[in-house]
Every structure is written in C-alpha cells, then in structure tokens.
Design a protein around this ligand. Structure first.
Ligand code: WQD
Length: 330
C-alpha cells in the first residue's frame, strides 16, 4: 500500500508511519514542521515539506498517486483552542477542507481522519460510544466535528470513503525507543508531567482538584500511541477492502485520574514532580472514558500497550534521555 500521511512528522504521525513501515508499505510524509520534527521521520519515508493551506503544494504531492491518505495535520491543544480560535479555524478547518477537497479532486478514494473524543464534550453517559451526542465543550473538539461532517457530505456526493478515528487521550512512546524527539511545547498532561520529571519545566499545574471524581482530579482514557497507530493500519485496510465509511472510538476503556498519573510517574521516574493545584481549565469535562467495542468488532482492534505503567515507562525513557541532568536537552 502507498499511504500519504499529512502531519506525519508529528508525535502521532511518526508512530503511524512506523506501523506501516513495519509491514513494508510505502509511506509518504507531508508536514510543515510547525510542531513535527524532521529528525523523527524514518529515513525509509518519502518526505514532502509543505502546508495544507498551500493548495498547489498539496495538489503536487497528491499527483504522485497514493492508495490512501491519512490526515493528522491538526493542532490539538484543547485549552489553547479556547484562547486562540483563529489558529484552530485556519488550520483545522480551512486547511483540512483544502486537503480533503484536493484529495477528492485527485481521485483519492480512501481517507482516514485523526479525530478526537473531544467531539463529544461533557459525557451524558459513560463509557462514551460513537452514538453519544456530539456537543463539544472546546473549540478544538468543534473543529474535528466540523471536518467529520464535511467528510460525510463529500462521501455522499463523490466517490470517496473515509474512516474517522476518535482518539481518546493519546500517550506513550514507541516501546522499541525508535522515537526520540520530544513534542515542542506540549500541553497534554503526560508530556507536561515528563518535562517536570526531566527538569525541563519547574512544576505541573493541576487544572482543578474539585471534580466529582474519586480524588477530585480529571479522569481520562489514556491510549498508547502504538495502539493508535495499529488502528490506522487496520482502518486503511478496512476502507480499501470495503469501500465503506466508518467512525470508531480508539480508547483503552480504562479511566485514570490526573493524580493517578502523577503518582505513577513519581514511582516510575523516582522524581519528586512538583505540583500546584489551580483553577479548572475552561472546557474540561470531569471524566471521559471510551467504549471501543465497535473498533474491536469491526476492525479487530484492541489496546494492547495501554497500561499506565507501559505508557509512563515508555514516555520516561524518551524524556530521561533528554533530561537536563543528561545534559542533552535539545
Ligand atoms: C488531560 C487531563 C486536564 C495538562 C486533549 C484534547 C485533544 C485530545 C486529547 C486528540 C485533564 C489535566 C492537563 C496540565 C492538567 N487528543 N491537565 N494540567 O484535555 O483530556 O484532551 O487530549 O485528539 O488533544 O482534547 O487532554 O492532556 O490536556 O488533559 O491538570 O498541564 O489533565 O485538566 O483533566 P484533554 P489533556
């Protein structure tokens, strides 16, 4: 299979590329390197620098002929999307629509979208399945829902099929240590905790410890990025074989609180990890845990690497190598 990954030099994208390379597929990476790292791109990939807002460049790369396209080129910090909405509308909506339109025009029939549990918003019931109401509580989640809706319409109107993968909280690093570059200015919990443990950041701000959860801190469904990557391979095979649309959750189905993540990180890293409990972050639901039953039944997908220890230990391996002590801070 020849697969082109937009945003493929990012944290998730590089793990997805490894999953395709591991089975000898041909992988193209299209990335503007705004947050992705060129050094993370495996040398076996074909690399194309470019921006999804640049229609000409997108058209030029698509013209090389691909069996499937995977769109991972979105900004993903829910908190930031509430402060900088234009950054998110331009890239996540305008850029994504640019990309999808050029794909349909280029005759691409198999499209996989990196979507998000953020499309659901405050859960009306748990675990959250794909039929759960979609009322995003942050602008990032809305941008993902908007693109899903456009994919649905394009598929109605054109010879075009898609799979939308609603990630819950992506975390962890390749267990074989093949990914060494750190995310630039992360906002997600686990990389922030790891930056504190590695001495890169002074402390962790816990956004609220007065939620209606066992220890008062937010509960999320953390899913290992290697499990997510495998989900993309299965999704590409599915849409190419069946020419049918599919929307599935990819989550571990296990809820962990912020405090549990901190406790596990302290145990695994042996570091103090300074913490300050502050106000809630606007748009954060108290608890969000997936039902991934549909992904299991339709794709045969399961989260095999998503235990808290596997997630924290695989992440610490990369951050420790970059720690201030190791003197190799990049
Ligand atoms: C997790 C928990 C925070 C940072 C995001 C986005 C999107 C999606 C999943 C892909 C929450 C708390 C966090 C910090 C904290 N990914 N927290 N201090 O908001 O659940 O979802 O990731 O689509 O990126 O929707 O992830 O890691 O930001 O927060 O206390 O410095 O950690 O309040 O309870 P979130 P997160």
């Amino acid at each position: 299979m020849k697969v082109l990954l937009f945003g493929g030099a990012g944290y998730i994208g590089t793990h997805v590329s490894l999953a395709f390379l591991d089975r000898k597929d041909t992988v193209g990476i299209f990335d503007n390197l705004s947050s992705g790292l060129r050094s993370n791109v495996d040398s076996r990939c074909l690399f194309f620098e470019g921006d999804i807002l640049d229609k000409e460049r997108v058209r030029e790369v698509l013209s090389q002929g691909w069996d499937a396209v995977i769109h991972l080129a979105a900004f993903k910090a829910a908190g930031e999307s509430m402060i900088k909405p234009f950054k998110y509308s331009e890239n996540n909506i305008t850029g994504s629509l640019n990309l999808i339109t050029e794909c349909v025009k280029a005759g691409i029939k198999n499209f996989i979208l990196s979507s998000s549990a953020a499309v659901y918003g405050e859960p009306a019931y748990l675990p959250v399945d794909e039929d759960h109401p979609k009322h995003p509580t942050n602008y990032y989640g809305y941008t993902k829902l908007c693109i899903e809706e456009n994919l649905r319409w394009y598929s109605e109107l054109k010879d075009f099929n898609y799979v939308s993968l609603r990630y819950f909280n992506a975390a962890g690093y390749d267990n074989d240590g093949r990914m060494l570059g750190l995310e630039k200015n992360p906002a997600n919990l686990i990389p922030v905790v790891m930056e504190v443990a590695a001495g890169i950041r002074p402390n962790l701000l816990v956004f609220g410890n007065d939620y209606d959860t066992a220890d008062g801190t937010g509960v999320r469904d953390y899913v290992h990025v290697t499990d997510l990557a495998q989900g993309h391979v299965m999704a590409a095979d599915y849409v190419m074989k069946n020419q049918e649309n599919l929307v599935v959750n990819l989550g571990s189905e296990y809820g962990l609180s912020v405090q549990q993540i901190i406790d596990s990180a302290r145990e695994i890293t042996g570091k103090t990890i300074e913490v300050q409990y502050v106000e809630r972050r606007p748009g954060d639901p108290a608890k969000l845990v997936a039902s991934s039953q549909k992904a299991r039944e339709v794709l045969g997908w399961k989260a095999e690497h998503s235990s808290v220890d596997s997630i924290i230990a695989s992440t610490w391996k990369v951050y420790e190598a970059n720690s201030v002590k190791a003197g190799s801070l990049q």
